[in-house]
Every structure is written in C-alpha cells, then in structure tokens.
Design a protein around this ligand. Structure first.
Ligand code: PFF
Length: 449
C-alpha cells in the first residue's frame, strides 16, 4: 500500500493542533452547544460535558491519532495495520461515515455562508420575527442548493492545495482570528444588562437540575464535538511527525474545543436573556433568534458580520477535515491524484448534499422511517455509524493492538518530554472501559431522542 508522500505532513505541531481543533470546533460548538445547554438545564449539561471531554473523550482522541500515525495512510490502512484484515471494513465504514456527514453538514455550512453574505450586505438583522422566519424558510427551501455548491467549492478548493499548503495554512490563519473574535463577542455580550442571570444559568450547578437525559446528551455531544468516530483524527494523525507527543496534542485539541463551546455559550446566552428570549429555542436560535437581537444592539450589523464569520469558519474547517478522510482514502487505496480525488468527492457530495437540501423544500414529505432525508442521515451517522467506529477504535487500540499503541503514544522527540507509565495506564483504562461506555450511552441517548 502506498504511504503519504512527505508533502502530506503537518509542518508544525501548532499547525496540526489548530487543524485538529478546527475540525472539532464546528457547528456543534456554536450552533448546537448553546441550545443544547439551554434545553438541558445549563450547568447540569455543561459539567458532565467537561467531565466526559477530559476522560473518555480525550483518550479516544489519543487513540485515533495513534492509530493514524502508526498506520501512516488512510483510515482503512490504519485499521488494516492495527487490527488486521478483519478490521479493514471498520476503516471503510469510517470513510463512508465522514462522507455522509459531510453531505448534510455542507447544507448547513451553506446556510452559514448565506447568512454571512447577508450580514455583509447589512441585511441579516430584523426586529420582526415573522420576517426572519420567512427569510430562513426561503433560504432552506429555495437558494439552499446554490449555497451548498458555493460552500462545497470553498471546502474542495482548500483541499486541492494539500495538507500543508491548504488545510494547515488556512487553519493557522483562521483559528486564532476565530478565537480573538469570539472572545470579543463574548465580552460584548457579557456587558449587556442581565448577563448575570445567564452566567448563573450556565455555571451555577445544582444537583436538582441534573437528569439522566442531560448526562446522556452531554455524552453524545462530547463525542460529536471532538470529531470522533468518523476517521477524521485517524487521517489527520497520519500526517503527524514522530517528534510530536500525542497525549499532550490531544489534550490541547480537547481544551480548544471546550473553550470554543463555552465561548459560544457566553456569546449567545447573555444576548438571549437580555432580550427576554428563550435559551432553548432549538436550531432556529442562531438563524432566527440572533438576527432579532442583532437588530436591537448598537453596532449590531458589525456584530452580525463577526458572528456569522465565526460560524462560517467553524463550519468550513470541520467540513475540510471530513473531506480529507475520503481524499486520503482515494489517494492511498485507489491511487487517485489529489486533484482527481477532490474533484470526484465534490461531484458526489454535491449530488448527495442536494438530496438533503431538497428535503427542506420540494422533497419535505419524502420521509424515511418518519424522518426527512436530512434528519435520517444525521440520525444514522451520529447514532449508528459513528458509534460503531468509536467502539472499533476503542477495541482495536485498547485491546487488540495496545502494546503497539502504547509505543506510538509515547513516541516523541526527547525535547518534547516523556509520557510516563502512569499516564499510559490511565489512557489504557480509559480506552478499555470508559470510552466504550460513553460511546454506548451516547448511542442509547440518540436512539431515545
Ligand atoms: N466536531 C464537528 C462539530 O462539532 O461541528 C462535527 C464533526 C466534524 C463530527 C468531523 C465528526 C467529524 F468527523
């Protein structure tokens, strides 16, 4: 099997961490987290989310990275090398999962691009909820496909430039800007009257608000938000050089992902409270509730541009990571050139994505097991495919190839420190017992939802 060429390598540790964080920080952090936290009792959701991120979540990130770096190829190659021929199908399933996720993720990415364009033209905000609902409805049932095309074109264009010149450069440039802007937005939002109520809601923990459902939801969210179970971190891991210490890199990715989600909560919630709106408004929070708030803020049109820019960047960097799984597969297993692989993916994703996009408009009465095509794909990917992949990684790395994985996890250049035996045992324990438990529980939560 072919091995990635030397050009397919991250040039710096920081570049790799920012690219992986860019994958983790996506629509999940900015779009889903605030309304999930709102709907699940604030702190009762956030604290378990933090706990799961730094236990089972981070060890699965380490496992995927180790699997990728020792495989030095696509997700399929990584599974073949670590688990043997019998596990090749798991790698194939990871490729399929990332591809399917990207097909519908790009639809929402297109909405983000559309709202950014409207904000730039000064048209995103309005005080009238009916106007906002109508505008959102028009977008998702009409111009959807054109925006899907534009979003996929941006994703594929970055991918054509390659791992270092495309993905790494873009992430290194955009992620620091993203964080700076989000901190600025959060500071602005916290200065609004009534933000104390929001801080209390988000961070004042009380046992009475904890429900089993909130805990299960937090598990599911942790899994999705760290980009686990879709071969992304396995693929990104293959481009990491041997001098990088994987456990600490994984820790950084988890810290950045968590920070982004909390920042998004701090940006959105005070504004929602200040204007007396409901924090559990659902997916419409970002596209319908927020524009109403922007219309009432002083400097609201600039705030809207900054907010939708951040949302767009988050969606773009995650989508790029999802595409890389299929591109690496086509390059390594089918010997495609990078350009041909990206082009083929673009065409296939546009066709499949259009089907999801149409499920908001003309095809909205075409239901599969009672769900629209978009919802059905999301349901199958997050509840079954990602779960099975997550379990396969935990099994292969934690049980089947643990000695090899231990070596990979402790490999780094001496100046980057050492990974102690205690750390390795803790990772091993987390991977064998905690991670499968979290994955299964999050699957159960999804099935009940
Ligand atoms: N972590 C991304 C988000 O929170 O939006 C979504 C995601 C990206 C999930 C990549 C899975 C994945 F492989």
């Amino acid at each position: 099997m072919s091995v990635p060429t030397s050009s397919a390598q991250w040039s710096t540790r920081l570049g790799f961490i920012l690219a992986a964080a860019g994958s983790a920080i996506g629509l999940g952090a900015i779009w889903k987290f605030p309304y999930w936290a709102g709907a699940n009792g604030g702190a009762a959701f956030i604290l378990p989310y933090i706990l799961f991120t730094f236990t089972a979540g981070v060890v699965l990130v380490m496992a995927e990275l180790a699997l990728g770096r020792s495989g030095r190829g696509s997700a399929v190659e990584a599974m073949r090398r670590a688990g043997g021929r019998g596990f090749v199908w798991c790698g194939g399933m990871a490729v399929l999962t990332s591809f399917l996720i990207l097909s519908y993720y790009a639809v929402v990415g297109g909405w983000c691009a559309a709202y950014l364009a409207e904000a730039l033209m000064g048209e995103a905000a309005s005080q009238d909820p009916e106007v906002l609902k109508m505008r959102f409805g028009e977008l998702v049932s009409g111009r959807n496909i054109a925006w899907l095309f534009a979003f996929l074109a941006a994703v594929c264009l970055t991918a054509v430039f390659g791992v270092h010149r495309g993905i790494e450069r873009l992430s290194t440039c955009l992620m620091p800007i993203f964080f700076l802007l989000m901190v600025g937005l959060a500071a602005y939002s916290l200065l609004l009257p009534g933000s104390e109520a929001e801080l209390a809601y988000l961070f004042q923990f009380s046992w009475s608000t904890v429900t089993p459902q909130a805990i299960l939801n937090a598990m599911g969210f942790t899994f999705f938000s760290l980009s686990l179970g879709a071969g992304v971190l396995v693929t990104y891991g293959a481009y990491v050089n041997k001098s990088t210490r994987l456990p600490s890199a994984a820790m950084w990715v988890a810290i950045l992902a968590l920070q982004a989600a909390i920042l998004a909560g701090l940006v959105i919630m005070p504004a929602v409270f200040a204007y007396g709106l409901e924090p559990d408004a659902g997916p419409g929070l970002v596209f319908i509730t927020l524009p109403m708030i922007f219309a009432q803020l002083s400097g609201g049109s600039i705030v809207a541009v900054i907010f939708y820019f951040c949302l767009f960047v988050a969606a773009l960097t995650s989508a790029i990571s999802l595409l890389e799984v299929a591109v690496a597969f086509l390059q390594n297993e089918c010997r495609f050139s990078r350009r041909a692989a990206v082009f083929l993916c673009f065409a296939a994703l546009f066709i499949l994505g259009s089907v999801s996009a149409l499920s908001f408009g003309p095809w909205n009465d075409c239901l599969i097991f009672g769900r629209s095509i978009f919802d059905f794909l999301d349901y199958v990917c997050t509840n079954f495919l990602m779960t099975i992949n997550g379990l396969a990684v935990a099994f292969v790395v934690g049980w089947k190839a643990w000695p090899k994985a231990m070596k990979e996890l402790s490999t780094c250049s001496p100046e980057n420190g050492v990974v102690t035996k205690g750390t390795l045992s803790a990772i091993g324990f987390g991977l064998r017992w905690l991670a499968p438990l979290m994955v299964l529980a999050s699957c159960w939560q999804g099935l009940e939802a």
